[in-house]
Design a protein around this ligand. Structure first.
Ligand SMILES: [Zn+2]
Length: 344
């Protein structure tokens, strides 16, 4: 993967190239994307660039020995960590499993489509019905990798896909290394739920927002409509207008299709993440559209600090229940009343 293969996110690419060229590569980067949003291809292009022997014009050469290994995901100084558990393809006790056990399936999927979704990874790994974790055995494998000197003279890269699935014990194990890794080592974390990443980890990373390419292009009517509904909902909740809040719930229940309601859930989840990131002081990467900046800043100042995390859980649950034919009016009115109760 080269930067030339990446569409969009020019500013991110420019920043990464600048870091590599100047030699000021951060110890740890946390990329925040929506599921399938293209952070992994950017991370792969960055790793190739860091380790290419013939960089030119702000990109890797794609031909040297290192580029060749990176393109096949066999560069010896890169480790890929992702959530796992035992499943139909790899059995055994969960506490003994590491991503090495799953490496062939990961490689096959990434090489076929680096823009894969979380659900696609689960099925590629044969753990569809289960919830994967990044547990202690994997943490130990990372520490072991860091304890050995690098095989090449390039950068050692630890890619952690979905750090929100890391348990506390593993996080504690990795903290020091993420804060002060040995020379020429970089951690690249890719998250879909920045609010769920342990704060001890996320606070040590340089945050980078990856904007989905379709979103960059489309300031479509549908986005404007969703934004309008979100603003209406928040305005009613924050000004403590319960009836107004319920009216928005009814409008959501009356949307013409379940697909549209699901799209709204995704949209409001994304809005909550923006608010959360402003509250965490990560404004510059929250991906706030300039036209809605005043709204998001106001909301961030007025929502309680625990609201976004709780509301995202409520939204996820609503999204799930939508698939089960639950009466929509009850579903959405219940959602907005519960949000109303805990927003301030
Ligand atoms: Zn090269």
């Amino acid at each position: 993967m080269r930067f030339a293969d990446i569409t969009g996110n020019e500013n991110v690419v420019k920043a990464l190239v600048g870091m590599a060229d100047s030699g000021h590569v951060p110890h740890a980067i946390m990329m925040y994307e929506n599921d399938g949003g293209g952070a992994l291809p950017i991370a792969l292009a960055f790793i190739s660039y860091l380790n290419c022997r013939e960089r030119h014009d702000g990109d890797s050469c794609g031909q040297c020995a290192h580029c060749n290994q990176n393109s096949k995901l066999i560069f010896p100084d890169v480790r890929f960590t992702f959530p796992i558990t035992s499943g139909s393809k790899v059995s055994g006790e969960v506490k003994n499993l590491t991503c090495d056990d799953y490496a062939p399936y990961w490689k096959e999927l990434v090489l076929a489509n680096p823009y894969f979704l979380e659900s696609e990874l689960s099925s590629a790994l044969g753990i569809e019905k289960k919830s994967g974790v990044i547990a202690v055995a994997e943490g130990k494998a990372i520490m072991q990798k860091l304890s050995l000197s690098s095989v090449t003279d390039g950068y050692r890269c630890i890619v952690i896909w979905l750090p929100e699935k890391m348990n506390q014990q593993t996080a504690n194990m990795l903290l020091k290394s993420i804060e002060e890794p040995a020379g020429k080592t970089v951690f690249i974390l890719i998250t879909h739920q920045p609010e769920a990443v342990l704060q001890t980890i996320s606070s040590r990373c340089l945050p980078i927002r990856i904007i989905p390419v379709e979103r960059e292009r489309a300031e479509s009517e549908s986005v404007a409509e969703m934004q309008g509904l979100v603003e209406d909902l928040f305005e009613n909740m924050i000004s403590r207008d319960y009836l107004g809040t319920l009216e928005v719930g009814e409008a959501l229940a009356a949307m013409e299709s379940r697909e549209k309601q699901k799209a709204f859930c995704t949209f409001v989840g994304d809005s909550l993440r923006k608010i959360f990131m402003i509250q965490q002081g990560m404004d510059e990467i929250a991906g706030i559209p300039p036209a809605s900046e005043a709204f998001y800043r106001n909301a961030a100042g007025r929502c309680s600090k625990t609201f976004c995390r709780r509301a995202i859980e409520m939204i996820n649950r609503t999204s799930l229940l939508l698939e089960r034919n639950v009466a929509q009016k009850i579903l959405f009115c219940n959602l907005v009343s519960r949000m109303y109760k805990c927003i301030v």
